[in-house]
Design a protein around this ligand. Structure first.
Ligand code: GLY
Ligand code: MN
Ligand code: MN
Length: 353
């Protein structure tokens, strides 16, 4: 079933007349268009891709399942005219992919009622198809190869930013179009910052370093974390590392189709709690991964979702102690019928540089 057809099946189920797709990754998912402007209107029987002159040739090459409309003036005005021409009385719009200003403008340009899509496409995107998985395997492989490279590059005297630059460059050399997010290199006490993006701090002997990075490969993201030790680790670091590692193992081993996501969070979190560090693990255990590095699916105590075959999630427990440092280990994992498959395969054992 094509992606447009998948959306149309959802429209039927919800008894909705049409969906306007304006969020960039969703536009790409539905239409195949990799450019940066335009929108897709999917109705129960048709699909339209609307963009401007700059993207006419690209749209012709990439968009296979929608009628292409090249507009001259205002995009929203064009969409409004089309919606009215098709006599749609109601359309769903992407509450996460339209600004309030655009929403107000669109209301002026059409007589149709605008209703929230409630993440209709994000829900379809939760289950990856085989073409998506090929790209996700490659994005994960780039992350693994880059980790193997960086552990030979890091040495005392380099700044975190120099390490970040090397991570970024190496991922691009291996075929990534960019990093999947702002790279985290947090050394020494800075490892207590869960999102400590690389700074000018100089790496010293005895530092722990949390490296959290990922590649974008043909639109799809990887997201890996390893915490390494520069020189001999202290007993305390070794203890914390082992707790985080066991939490990761427990979370990972719990993954399989039909398992509630909150159960994976519980498996990892309980272990950290039991060792007295519950207060130091203040984020969720993982998240969905795909065209976005953080997809809406959450492995958290508040999540009501259930894992299904074909979902890709991260598991990433951590312990963060202000004034001391911290540790996080993260892998990307495909949910299968009977369990899981690791996409990132770098060793989880503590690496001493
Ligand atoms: N770098 C953010 C995360 O791992 O989710
Ligand atoms: Mn990460
Ligand atoms: Mn992550």
């Amino acid at each position: 079933m094509s992606r447009v057809e998948r959306v149309q099946r959802e429209l039927e189920k919800q008894n909705a007349e049409g969906l306007l797709v304006t969020k960039d990754v969703n536009r790409r998912y539905v239409s195949g268009f990799t450019g940066t402007a335009g929108a897709v209107l999917v109705t129960k029987s048709e699909a339209f891709f609307i963009t401007d002159f700059r993207y006419a040739e690209q749209a012709k090459a990439e968009v296979k399942e929608a009628n292409i409309i090249i507009h001259k003036g205002n995009l929203l005005k064009e969409i409004g005219l089309l919606v009215d021409k098709l006599a749609l009385e109601t359309i769903l719009i992407e509450e996460n992919g339209i600004t309030f200003k655009s929403y107000l403008d669109l209301k002026e340009y059409t007589s149709a009622s605008l209703l929230p899509s409630h993440s209709l496409i994000e829900k379809i995107r939760e289950i990856k198809d085989s073409t998506e998985m090929e790209k996700m395997y490659k994005a994960a492989e780039i992350a693994d190869e880059t980790f193997a490279h960086i552990i030979n590059f890091i040495k005392p005297g380099l700044t975190e930013i120099e390490v970040r630059n090397e991570l970024e460059l190496h991922m691009r050399k291996l075929g990534a179009t960019s990093s999947s997010f702002n790279i985290i290199v947090a050394s020494g006490e800075r490892a207590a910052l869960p999102h400590g993006i690389a700074s000018h701090k100089v790496i010293e002997n005895g530092d722990m370093i949390t490296l959290d990075f990922g590649a974008v490969y043909e639109g799809y993201c990887s997201d890996i974390t390893r915490t390494v030790s520069v020189g001999k680790p202290t007993e305390k670091f070794q203890e914390i590392y082992n707790i985080v590692l066991e939490a990761l193992e427990r979370g990972t081993k719990g993954i399989c189709s039909q398992k509630p996501t909150k159960e994976i969070d519980r498996l990892a979190r309980c272990y950290i709690d039991q060792h007295g560090y519950g207060e130091n693990f203040g984020h969720s255990t993982g998240h969905g991964l795909g065209l976005e590095v953080h997809e809406p699916l959450r492995l958290s105590s508040e999540s009501e979702e259930v894992l299904q075959k074909g979902m890709v999630v991260t598991v990433e427990p951590g312990i963060y102690i202000p004034g001391w440092g911290g540790c996080r280990i993260e892998d990307d994992i495909l949910v299968t019928d009977n369990g899981y498959e690791l996409l990132t395969k770098s060793s989880r054992e503590l690496i001493i540089l």
